[in-house]
Design a protein around this ligand. Sequence first.
Ligand code: HEC
Length: 420
Amino acid sequence: MNSTIQFIGRFHILILHLPIGILMVTSLAMLLIKITKGRALSALKPSIPILLSLGTVTVIFASVLGYLLSLDGGYAKEALDLHFWSAIALAVVATFITIVSYKYKQLFDKLSYVWALLLLLFVTITGHAGGNLTHGETYLVEHGPDFMKKAVGMELELAPPNSLAEAQFYGHIIKPILRTTCVSCHNKSKKEGGLDLSTYTSLLKGGRTVAVKPNNLEESELYKRITLPHGDKKFMPTDGKKPLTPAQVKIIASWINSEAKQKATIGSLKLSDKEMELLVQETSFSAHKVIVATDVDVSPLVEKGFYVNALPDGYGLDVSFYPEVGQKLTMDILQSLLPFKDQIIWLRLSRNTLDNQAMTIISQCTELKKLYVDHTTITDITGLKQLNNLELLNVYNTPEIPKNQLQELKKNNAKLNVVE
Ligand code: HEC
């Protein structure tokens, strides 16, 4: 790429504002003159052909620079084509109207609102297509209301589900997997193999081949590519990127085999026990329905001395017991956690007198994601193996816990972060 061409081409971004400004103002003036039958802006009327010429010249100039800029590469072909052809159409229309304004004055005056509207239309289309090209189609409405996002084909971000059963198979489970491993090469502007994996619609549309054929793994190129031997040159992801885990591959297979729908929830599909088990292990969604925390009467806990908060994302409870307040955390008090065991997501019992008996109660809180039992005298944490949802375990300063128990726990639960 010749750097002089590159240098000149980039001035497109500067110059393009001239034709937009000139042609917009000129067509608005033409409309106003027409509507007011010459009472407004009549002094401007003789200058209209000159303004149109100026607009046309700048359109052509900006188009040439735009062409040079496009040689730089890196633009999505479809978006570039639209901008390219609409700019050419605009140049032709503007030239034609300018000629009419000089040569066929009567016709020009008679139909001046037609010319003005034509110019406005083509300037808008060209300008908008150019904007989409640099900023992406979703830029304008990215922070706009949902109906606008839907109108441009954006997928709305889903709120986290209250339970695995309520999770949407595609939106909550498949999409995040593809986003992490595949979308860097398969998105709107970089479509390797013609394939965009960033939205459901584009995924189902496929690339050069059918990426996903519902209920048919053999004809789903996407599935073929992720199940090839890792050394195969068609294996996905390419370039030695971190492959999907065997569990993720199985989950994608379950999704394709259950019709590969966009909005179907896990609860609405007839998945086998094995498939469900895998989803429970691999996702952080609660296997039980967690009751929305604001609906729960937590006063029995508060009366016993617990501090209880609803979690910020609106479901589940964050429960703490602070020994500083002076009360001792007895088994009797701990028992009062049990009626809430399906709603307790965070449990902080740091610095309390906790013994192994306490563990029998804690290990029944199967929805737990965070557990703080640091600075306690616990010696046995084998019961925590049942807590499949656990993501954080703080056992700092609990020297009595055997190291092998911690290792075992980590081996069992890949999601688990242990603070030792
Ligand atoms: C590092 C870039 C990169 C990543 C990451 C990547 N791909 Fe690809 N993908 C490519 C390239 C390049 C091609 C085109 C060459 C080919 O067909 O092998 C392609 C082609 C494909 C095709 C064939 C499209 C068609 O219709 O011909 C599928 C399906 C596919 N990829 C799926 C995936 C999936 C699923 C992932 C994530 C697990 C993924 N890719 C991750 C680069 C990548």
